[in-house]
Write a protein that binds this ligand. Structure first.
Ligand SMILES: [Zn+2]
Length: 950
């Protein structure tokens, strides 16, 4: 009985397979590109045109395939693509695209399975065909097609084996997708033209795993291939892709644009654009063509980009000893873009604010910002595009290096900017805070789920990666570092490499015999970083110890959970008072060192803050350092002064140093005129101010800050305009802190400037626009708020939009803030790409923070639903809104919300983190509020300085 049943089932399966194969073989294949009139207007329509139940998320698994053909995260390596011929027909009226792709593959092992990626596109299964390369007219019989929604794969099972060492062509002759608003895959963006009409464009963002949303492909970074792209579109637009145009064919209203073949590259670096943009261009002596593109209204703001892009390609060609290999490069300012920018090879996309610079209205800090972003993207041509990480667990190789290289380029162009000091306070100090939480992760982290790929695009990959390279550069020396990079590019050009291959190259490129891999593995394969502790034992003998630095002293962790038990191999560099020599010792574990330090001399560790570690000294040593700062602070470099401040504040927060020492040290700032130490100070003070804003000595704290700030303000605020980046940064910082501390004459000055602008259209000083806008809104009412909002809607200066939007969160009117927060739920008022920033702006004042928290609690369900598909956005919104809370009441309220209605995906983790951080804030208050209060009740700046200088 059972045997008969099995026989019947087998017979049905065989007949079905034969019938299906037959259908495929006889199917009259559609033309290469579907016509524009083949309209699909909604997702439902796409589904209803399915020619079978295949490719529907669940039905494919449940009804067609009795098992998962490939239940793994990574694709099998039995087949490798070598070439794609992609045709896309992009329709900006109905917002759909149709396509076809031929994929040439090599078979490495006999197999009857072709497994690749495809998701969110509708594949007409009857259009799928497999042929042998040498016999293109003979189809290989297909027995089944599978689509798996959860791992975004598509599988073809052939009746006969595909034979090892043979080449085949996999043809998808008909697939289609929607040009949606999700800012990933191929999507639509829009902008308001000067005549008030809405214009649309199609743009792509394929990193990291969204090429599969545009066409079926082997969507992993090491499955590199050559791509030949053709785009058909309406002739009113221009199409761009990675390579230059090979041929244009006009056909009525449409035009078919065929592009040259790309170099061998990864899928995530492909790019497509169909837009009515304008460009400026330049061609260098080697025939390399650079074009910068924007919407017509912003054309004037692309000149700086053109000039900068040109000189940066030259710089990196020289640095790597190897020119860019694509023959042209287009850089485009896109109105809706989720990331800051994307390095697609030969077609780089930017947010408008990351590329545009108005020579008349934009500030020098804006120029610094767009230069950094552009240098980062251009460096990827070598580091990321020519040589790519093997898999996303080494994403930091791409991003940490691009972040390092952007500073190298800027340092070359503008020595006066002292960018390595800025790197420390703007990127490294903030990421050290993140990395000192128990919730951090190693820069090189195993990817075990698709979501992990996207989560790895975080500050740890970018900024900790960069901090580690700053340290590597420090102990190898700049020349060895550069040689290592050059050799790496030379060896792995057009292929992929992993971390250990990079370390081997550095080892062989350096004259010193340094075991780079052994050292660096302790930094890249475990999370966190150490604090080096120097203890006097007797006479000249010192113990140098290390310990994992954790911000929350009460956090516990399993030492065995790390492959290196949370010990690092540390290049410890130090100096002794009255001695110019810099000494380096390698610390593996606790080590006894003989250091000749006379008892009344200071020792300073981590010279120029090149190492990713903190240093803690005995109180006596801290006092000697503080004395030196009062005597002559310039004995220590700017980076060391900033490092001392940042270390001291964080060691105190971690309960490893009394706050008294930190505050004593910080008061030396009355003598400090450099931006970088001040920036380190105010960034650290922000936490203390936030925490203590309801303490009874808060007035004294603000009073002391005012006394520090006032002498640093220019005598005449109207004469602040400057051309020097660091001086402008300094004045901006002091001005914004003066406003935060309610210094009357500054508020009055800014309010007057705002009124002159609002009522008389007077020009606002270019570098201080944000400070003036924020005071105007803060001291104003609905009329001022509406005026600024109107400017947000109308201004064409990209850099100004962010300042204006940020300033709106400074209102002190609850209802205006509430109304502003509610705009986040309306895409026609706040673009999806700006929602994250909006909640960041709300961290501006105690009132805006409390409004955004109330708003989030009140609209929790709607917010979760609206951003369900972008859990990363939700993650950041939670982070901005919750992390400075320090009351039991709110902790309880949020805990209940979390238990009853947890957020989706990665946002869940960030909610857990926020609750842990609130808990630690409450602990911090219990532990420190009193002792800090005592200091403020005992000292004033005058009494303190007199005491220190006598
Ligand atoms: Zn990057």
């Amino acid at each position: 009985m059972a045997g008969a049943l099995i026989f019947c089932i087998l017979l049905i399966i065989i007949l079905t397979a034969l019938l299906f194969t037959n259908i495929l073989n006889c199917y009259n294949l559609p033309p290469l590109i579907s016509t524009i009139t083949d309209k699909l207007t909604s997702k439902n329509n796409v589904d209803s045109t399915e020619d079978s139940t295949l490719n529907k998320k669940n039905s494919a698994d449940n009804q067609i395939s009795p098992f998962e053909p490939w239940p793994h995260l990574r694709l099998p390596r039995t087949i490798n693509p070598t070439r794609y011929n992609i045709s896309l027909d992009i329709n900006l009226v109905d917002f759909v695209f149709h396509g076809s792709v031929d994929i040439l593959v090599e078979v490495h092992e006999n197999t009857s399975w072709i497994i690749l990626h495809a998701t969110a596109i509708h594949i007409k299964n009857s259009s799928v065909e497999v042929v042998k390369k040498n016999f293109p007219h003979e189809s290989i019989a297909i027995s089944r097609l599978y689509s798996n929604g959860s791992n975004e794969m598509y599988a073809i099972q052939t009746v006969d084996m595909l034979i090892k060492n043979s080449c085949y062509i996999i043809k998808f002759r008909n697939f289609s997708g929607i040009l949606g608003d999700e800012l990933k895959g191929l999507y639509r963006s829009s902008y308001q033209s000067f005549d008030g009409s809405t214009k649309y464009l199609a743009v792509s963002q394929l990193q990291s795993t969204d090429a599969r949303r545009v066409f079926p492909c082997f969507d992993e970074p090491d499955m590199k291939a050559v791509f030949a792209v053709a785009i058909r579109h309406h002739r009113n637009y221009t199409a761009l892709s990675n390579m230059a145009v090979r041929r244009r064919t006009f056909d009525g209203e449409a035009v078919l644009v065929e592009f040259h073949d790309t170099p061998i590259m990864s899928t995530y670096l492909l790019a497509f654009l169909v837009a009515d943009f304008v460009n400026k261009s330049i061609e260098n002596s080697n025939g390399f063509k650079i074009q910068v593109w924007s919407r017509r209204d912003l054309e004037e703001q692309t000149s700086y980009a053109l000039e900068f892009v040109n000189k940066t390609y030259e710089f990196f060609s020289d640095y790597f000893g190897c020119s860019e290999v694509v023959t042209k490069t287009d850089h485009v300012a896109v109105p809706d873009f989720s990331a800051g920018a994307m390095e697609n090879w030969g077609l780089v996309f930017y947010r408008e604010t990351s590329m545009l610079h108005d020579n008349n209205s934009s500030s020098i800090p804006n120029m610094y910002w767009v230069s950094l972003v552009m240098a980062h993207e251009i460096s990827h041509s070598w580091f990321g595009n020519m040589v790519t990480m093997k898999w996303w667990d080494d994403l930091w190789l791409n991003e940490g290096f691009a972040n390092t290289l952007m500073f190298l380029a800027l340092d070359h162009f503008e020595k006066n900017w002292k960018v390595f000091d800025l790197q420390l306070v703007s990127y490294i100090h903030p990421v050290m805070t993140k990395d000192s939480l128990n919730t951090s992760h190693a820069v090189s982290t195993a990817i075990i789920h698709l979501d992990n790929i996207t989560t790895s695009f975080d500050a740890i990959s970018y900024d900790k990666g960069m901090a580690l390279l700053r340290m590597l550069n420090g102990f190898l020396g700049a020349e060895n570092f550069k040689n290592g990079l050059k050799n790496y590019i030379k060896k792995f050009k057009f292929s992929n490499a992993n971390m250990s291959q990079l370390w081997s190259i550095f080892e062989s490129s350096s004259e010193q015999k340094i075991e780079v891999g052994k050292i660096m593995n302790t930094w890249t394969l475990q999370m966190g970083f150490p604090v080096v502790i120097i203890k006097h034992i007797r006479n000249n003998l010192y113990l140098i110890d290390q310990k994992r630095f954790l911000m929350n002293a009460q956090d516990s962790y399993e030492v065995q959970s790390s492959p290196y038990q949370y010990k690092w191999i540390i290049p410890f560099m130090y100096k002794i008072e009255d001695d110019d020599a810099v000494h380096t010792v390698w610390i593996n574990d606790s080590s006894l060192f003989k250091m000749k330090i006379p008892s009344n001399k200071w020792v300073l560790g981590n010279i120029n803050s090149t190492g990713l570690y903190r240093v803690n000294y005995e109180i006596n040593q801290w006092k000697l350092i503080i004395k030196q700062l009062y005597r002559n602070h310039k004995v220590f470099s700017v980076a060391n002064r900033a490092g001392l401040i940042n270390d001291a504040f964080n060691l105190a927060r971690a309960n490893m140093l009394p706050y008294e020492i930190v505050l004593n040290l910080s008061m030396y700032l009355y003598k400090e005129d450099d931006y970088v130490p001040w920036k380190a100070f105010f960034d650290s003070m922000e936490f203390i101010e936030d925490m203590l804003s309801t303490s009874n000595f808060y007035g004294k704290l603000k009073n002391l800050l005012r006394k520090l700030i006032i002498p640093k303000l220019p005598k005449n605020l109207d004469l602040m305009e400057d051309k020097d980046l660091l001086k402008i940064n300094f004045d901006q910082l002091m001005l914004s802190q003066a406003i935060r501390s309610n210094i009357k004459h500054v508020i009055q000055w800014a309010k007057q400037k705002f009124e002159d602008w609002m009522y008389s259209n007077a020009k606002i000083p270019t570098h201080y626009t944000f400070e003036i806008y924020s005071v105007g809104v803060m001291k104003g009412d609905e009329k001022e708020w509406d005026f600024v909002w109107d400017k947000v809607r109308k201004t064409l200066i990209a850099s100004d939009v962010e300042y204006l939007m940020n300033a709106l969160a400074y209102s002190q009117q609850q209802w205006l803030l509430w109304r502003y927060a509610s705009y986040s739920l309306n895409n026609s008022l706040i673009k999806v790409q700006d929602v994250r920033n909006l909640f960041k702006y709300f961290t501006a004042t105690p009132l805006s923070r409390s409004i955004s928290l109330e708003f989030l609690l009140t609209n929790w369900d709607e917010i979760c639903l609206k951003f369900e598909s972008d859990a990363f956005l939700l993650r950041d919104v939670i982070c901005y809104t919750m992390t400075s809370i320090n009351s039991e009441y709110h902790h309880q309220q949020l805990k209940e919300l979390f238990t009853a209605r947890p957020p989706p995906g990665v946002a869940l983790k960030s909610f857990e983190n926020a609750l842990a951080l609130i808990r630690s804030n409450i602990n911090w208050m219990n532990l420190n509020q009193e002792s800090i209060g005592r200091w403020f009740n005992t000292y004033s700046l005058e009494t303190f300085v007199t005491q220190m200088t006598n």
